[in-house]
Write a protein that binds this ligand. Structure first.
Ligand code: NAD
Ligand code: MG
Length: 343
């Protein structure tokens, strides 16, 4: 069983006695900065010159500096810019301003696990990774609760890294829910696998294949959309509330029997063999290398795939059908394809 830390296992004063820089003010950045500040921590935000986030952070009363200045002032530097730009921001603005005894913090292990960032001797490397998006991390903290976090230490140069990491986790509210002890390697590999094989890649493509199967057999696309996409939320909510058993308890016996006999026909040994191959590419670094090479080149493959998949017929069908759902909030169905939608 995993080791889990709670509020009583951490000393808030450790992080309250350090100057902290939050680099980036997006989904995670705003939540970390505001929760730390409200926990009595000395926080400044580091942003690129001309960043659109600057006004938002200043409106909250936070001090905003350049990434270099924020790093210089701080002893704990939490890097919350997108994974694919961390290497550049680190090399150009953070690394030259690090001092002995500083600690680098992350909310995902990608750049450390694959060696895109290598901290100098004398600098601790820690992770506090909330298991939820930033707006929930902020909302739960403000309501007196917290989102569970993963806590790990890759390098403990000062001998104080664990106390510091736990203290940070407590200050953002994570230890109210619980902090699971893990490693950069385990966090990175399981995170990438989960999103690729199951949560994002697996789920999207299962839905699309189901939609294609029905429409190719002559059924109306609206029916295929309802049966293969729309009802997912009900199923997932039941699983989150009470596991797969609660989902199976809630559905009809017909559906449950079909789950047993047909589920394993669809997700058969081939699917698991494919999952193992995906995991192997994550562990070998082949996935990371392909992603970063494409990003470094202006992301042509990424953008072509995004455009191709956005053109799938299920999307046009869904766009029309969702107008029937008056309870779906106004403005939540904007154009996500260009990445313009706020999170
Ligand atoms: P985001 O895209 O929401 O925010 C990125 C921020 O970085 C923005 O404020 C942006 O202005 C800033 N930024 C971009 N380029 C920059 C540059 N060159 N210099 C300075 N600032 C720059 O990112 P996010 O989703 O909060 O992800 C941050 C980290 O948190 C990642 O490591 C991610 O894996 C991790 N994480 C995210 C989530 C999540 O739900 N979003 C959950 C857990 C962990
Ligand atoms: Mg993830």
């Amino acid at each position: 069983m995993a080791e889990i830390f709670y509020d009583d296992d951490a000393d808030l004063s450790v992080i309250q006695n350090r100057a902290v820089a939050i680099i980036g003010y997006g989904s995670q950045g705003h939540a970390h900065a505001l929760n730390l500040r409200d926990s009595g921590v000395d926080v400044r935000v580091g942003l690129a010159e001309g960043s659109k986030s600057r006004a938002k952070a200043e409106a909250e009363g936070l001090r905003v500096l350049s990434v270099a200045e924020a790093t210089k002032e701080a002893e704990v530097i939490m890097i919350l810019v997108p994974d694919q730009v961390q290497r550049k921001v680190y090399a150009e603005e953070i690394a030259p301003n690090l001092a002995d005894g500083n600690a680098l913090f992350f909310a995902h292990g990608f750049n450390i696990r694959y060696g895109y960032i290598e901290a100098p001797a004398g600098v601790d490397v820690c992770m506090v990774a909330p298991k939820g998006p930033g707006h929930i991390v902020r909302r739960e903290y403000a309501d007196g609760r917290g989102v569970p976090v993963l806590v790990c230490v890759e390098r403990d140069e000062t001998g104080l890294a664990w106390e510091l990491a736990k203290s940070y986790a407590k200050a953002i509210g994570g230890l109210r829910a619980g902090g699971i002890r893990t490693t950069f390697t385990e966090e990175t590999e399981t995170d990438l696998f989960g999103e690729q094989a199951v949560l994002c890649g697996g789920m999207s493509h299962l839905v699309m294949a189901g939609f294609e199967t029905l429409t190719e057999a002559g059924y109306q696309p609206e029916m295929a959309y309802f049966e293969c996409l729309h009802e997912l939320k009900m199923i997932v909510d039941l699983m989150i509330e009470g596991g797969i058993s609660k989902q199976r308890w809630s559905i009809s016996d017909t559906a449950e029997y079909g789950d047993y006999v047909s589920g394993r026909r669809v997700v058969d040994a081939h699917v698991k063999a494919n999952m193992k191959a995906v995991l192997e590419d994550i562990r070998s670094g082949a996935f990371a290398e392909r992603f970063i090479a494409d990003q470094d080149n202006g992301a042509p493959e990424f953008l072509a795939l995004r455009a191709e998949e956005a053109g799938h017929p299920i999307e046009a069908t869904g766009k029309e059908l969702r107008k029937m759902f008056s309870w779906l909030k106004e403005g939540t169905d904007t154009d996500y394809v260009e990445g313009s939608a706020a999170r």
